[in-house]
Design a protein around this ligand. Structure first.
Ligand code: SF4
Length: 367
């Protein structure tokens, strides 16, 4: 596991929907082959299979990411790779593997699948909380965390730090809930800290970790520091760090830095044009406040997240009778309210490509 002092402040970002190639490009740019300690290092991939559903629901990690990582690592001579995960209490990890066709990783690439629910556990204590952690996870030389950036009904959002909960026994998962999740999640990351996190923000759910309400964001993020990645992800979804208590707590416990001003964000490409921003079923209500014209999917998704936060905190009334312009069709056009560099001529605007949900909210709440 990586020590906090050694983690870089870089966050790599790539946009699009060719997920396997996007994954490979991120790994190439990061030069992961130079970071793994040895060719025979025990490398563990930790996806998010919290429930046994497909990634299109917005709940679980896209399998093309796993495929891209395995192919890239095997091409560079790394052969000791495994996939390790444990679903939430009440669902079966094996069913999650099956529903998502994980057996092909074993058949095609020789990569074994392990369920932490069936593992031996080692008791570890951090911040006064004793928890049972999968021995197989603790035995890894290099862990790649593959969370989904999405909403969560209890903790506002979930991404890198919370994905480590799948490394626990079911008994410890229950204990975490009885302790209110925030402090235990931060404490867990003191013990189990991934070397690298590649976050799936292709179509994470707007509200719930179990999915059903995906928003097409079309991007992947890669970083060494899980606290920094989560802090950045929170802003992308329109949350402040006060909304996601485990992030500042993890910083306080020395897991990493939540200071996104210090982050070096490296964009490997620009957001994809999409001919039409099509709101998903649940975001339809919020789309009433938008006037998209050739908006890129991630830009439009950030706006939907901003509107959702405004609905939650009671400021959405500021937009009553108004519409927010967004998209490449607004280049050079004068409008009342617009978000994104394409709406640079709007009277009220956020000129960035693409703006984060938190930046959009700041402008919209001050109308
Ligand atoms: S500002 Fe314009 S080009 Fe940039 S992401 Fe938004 S819609 Fe796309």
């Amino acid at each position: 596991m990586r020590t906090p002092e050694k983690a870089s402040k870089e966050i790599r970002l790539i946009y699009g929907h060719d997920i396997k190639n996007m994954t490979i490009k991120l790994l190439e740019d990061y030069r992961i082959e130079e970071k793994i300690p040895s060719k025979d290092a025990k490398i563990g991939l930790k996806p998010n299979l919290v429930v046994a559903v497909r990634p299109e629901t917005g709940a679980t990690t896209h399998t093309e990411i796993i495929e891209g990582i395995i192919e890239y690592l095997q091409k560079h001579g790394f052969s000791n790779i495994s996939i390790i995960e444990g679903a939430w209490v009440g669902d079966s990890t094996k069913r999650g593997f099956r529903v998502n066709g994980y057996e092909r990783f074993t058949e095609r690439y020789g990569v074994p699948l392990y369920d932490t629910k069936e593992d031996q556990y080692v008791k570890k204590t951090a911040e006064g909380i004793t928890m049972e952690i999968s021995k197989r996870i603790l035995d890894l030389d290099y862990m790649i965390n593959l969370p989904v950036l999405k909403g969560h009904c209890q903790t506002s959002m979930t991404c890198a730090l919370k994905n480590m909960k799948g490394c626990l026994s079911d008994r410890s998962k229950r204990l975490f809930h009885s302790l209110g999740l925030m402090r235990p999640i931060a404490a867990l990351n003191e013990i189990v800290r991934p070397d690298l996190t590649l976050a799936d923000s292709i179509s994470g759910d707007l509200d719930f970790e179990e999915g059903g309400n995906p928003v097409d964001t079309g991007r992947l993020l890669l970083a060494e520091d899980p606290v920094l990645l989560d802090a950045y992800g929170a802003h992308l979804l329109g949350f402040s760090l006060d909304d996601v208590e485990y992030i500042p707590l993890a910083e306080e416990y020395g897991v990493g830095s939540a200071d996104i001003v210090e982050a070096e964000v490296i964009e490997l490409n620009k957001p994809e044009k999409s001919s039409n921003a099509i709101p998903t079923r649940f975001s339809k209500r919020l789309s009433a406040y938008t006037a998209p014209d050739s908006a890129c999917s991630c830009c439009y998704a950030n706006l939907i997240h901003a509107l959702k936060r405004m609905e939650e905190n009671g400021t959405i009334h500021k937009l009553r009778g108004k519409k927010v312009a967004i998209g490449q069709g607004y280049k050079g056009k004068e409008v009342e309210i617009g978000v994104g560099a394409c709406c640079a001529k709007a009277k009220h605007k956020v000129v960035k490509c693409p703006p984060m949900a938190s930046e959009m909210m700041e402008m919209l709440e001050n109308l």
